[in-house]
Write a protein that binds this ligand. Structure first.
Ligand SMILES: [Zn+2]
Length: 412
């Protein structure tokens, strides 16, 4: 899959970029050796390094289509960035109540931290505010709808077919309408599938993708940095940036789940190929955060890995200058990008190491030997969602001056 058409692009790869990538690879390998937990040689395609950004080859229509698709989706979070509409969204949020709930929860986290002798609580007011928003949103505000009930008699309905939206529905961003028939009175019930968060905010009902769309927008209304996360295998959720923990936190508003990135593969047995986080300042491939086991990673066949990397940077180059016009902000975002990349690499390394250990233990048990997993090596890396690896040391001097060429058209 990856690399099946590399080299055929219209932009020749720059040797310097390649050498920088090799250098990065070397340094990450050194970091890994220091921790003595990683074996980069076992990393499959998703992480085989160096992956150098390269545009889709001219004869690779599928990769070009994937590029267009991702670029189109990257505009969705930009829809949230409308001050008037965000203000309208804010009016719907019971701020006083949520703020009080957040305050109470922060006190609980503080008490817990004190009882454990920790200097700081696990979550601060900012995250507790999102947690309160999450509870309110799922329990009181937005309703999950599969088959909409009959609006005449409230009886259940059965789907008839998809139909075209009326001009009015289309004006409110409906791309198609699901038509349902009431089992009791026979009345037809229309369920327009709206794409814009503003309209969904008004109708207050929808499916998982609608939850993610509206919830991400409400986070933006609270001025919290938020990402709209798309999974190729038909699911969507949100990530918010925790200043307190200096990392992106998984939030699934449809499941009322907080910081449980492994829930999809662990609880649902979901396998995934591409998970891409979109935000107003760009796009990031965050698959490694959510695929908690190599067995849960589906083949990534839509484009070579270098092309995906190129597309992520292309999208970032496209949107970031508008939302990060000054050098200081760009530098901060760039450092965050590098730090997150290191986190995702170490997360995936730990995932592979854990998988290797489990398989070795299973093989030993099958041979009739005593299997006692070595708890010193990578233990608990997958057990605690997201947090296990995050506190792994990230170089303070994250290599901003070293790698500008990896950002060919845009950098701090
Ligand atoms: Zn009815």
């Amino acid at each position: 899959m990856a690399g099946n058409n590399s080299g055929g692009g219209s932009y020749p790869l720059d040797d310097h970029v390649k050498s920088v990538a090799r250098d990065l690879q070397h340094r990450f390998a050194q970091m890994s050796n220091r921790d003595q937990k990683f074996d980069l040689h076992v990393i499959p395609d998703l992480l085989s390094q160096p992956v150098v950004p390269e545009p889709p080859a001219q004869d690779n229509k599928e990769a070009q289509n994937f590029e267009k698709y991702l670029i189109a989706m990257s505009h969705i979070p930009l829809n949230y960035e409308n001050p008037g509409l965000l203000d309208e969204a804010l009016q719907q949020i019971p701020l006083d109540r949520l703020s009080q709930e957040a305050e109470e929860e922060v006190e609980l986290f503080q008490a817990k931290a004190a009882s454990l002798g920790r200097s700081k609580p696990e979550w601060s007011h900012q995250e507790c505010m999102v947690r309160a928003l999450l509870r309110w949103f799922r329990r009181s505000f937005f309703t999950f709808v599969n088959n909409p009930p009959c609006s005449e008699c409230l009886s259940p309905t059965n789907k008839v077919r998809n139909v075209a939206p009326t001009p009015e529905e289309r004006a409110h961003s409906a791309t198609w309408v699901e038509l349902y028939a009431c089992v009791t009175c026979g009345a037809y019930e229309r369920f327009p599938r709206y794409t814009e968060a503003w309209q969904l905010l008004r109708v207050k009902r929808g499916r998982a993708g609608d939850f993610a769309n509206v919830f991400t927008m409400l986070c933006r209304a609270l001025d919290i940095r938020a990402r709209w996360v798309w999974c190729q295998e038909d699911y969507l959720w949100t990530e918010i940036y925790s200043e307190h923990q200096q990392r992106w936190v998984h939030v699934d508003s449809c499941e009322e789940a907080w910081d449980m990135p492994h829930m999809y593969y662990k609880n649902w047995g979901k396998k995934m190929s591409y998970v891409i986080a979109f935000l107003r300042e760009g796009a990031v491939d965050v698959t490694r955060r959510y695929v908690g086991s190599p067995d849960a990673l589906l083949p990534r066949t839509r484009c070579p890995e270098g092309v995906l990397k190129f597309i992520m940077k292309e999208i970032t180059n496209l949107h970031r200058p508008k939302y990060a016009p000054d050098g200081e902000t760009r530098l901060r975002l760039y450092r965050e990008d590098v730090a997150e990349d290191v986190q995702l690499r170490s997360l995936w390394s730990a995932t592979l190491e854990q998988s290797r250990r489990l398989k070795a233990a299973a093989a030993a048990a099958a041979r009739g030997g005593r299997s006692s997993p070595d708890n010193k090596s990578g233990a608990n890396m997958m057990g605690s969602p997201a947090t296990g690896d995050i506190k792994r040391p990230i170089p303070e001097d994250a290599p901003v001056p070293d790698v500008p060429s990896l950002w060919p058209t845009y950098g701090p």
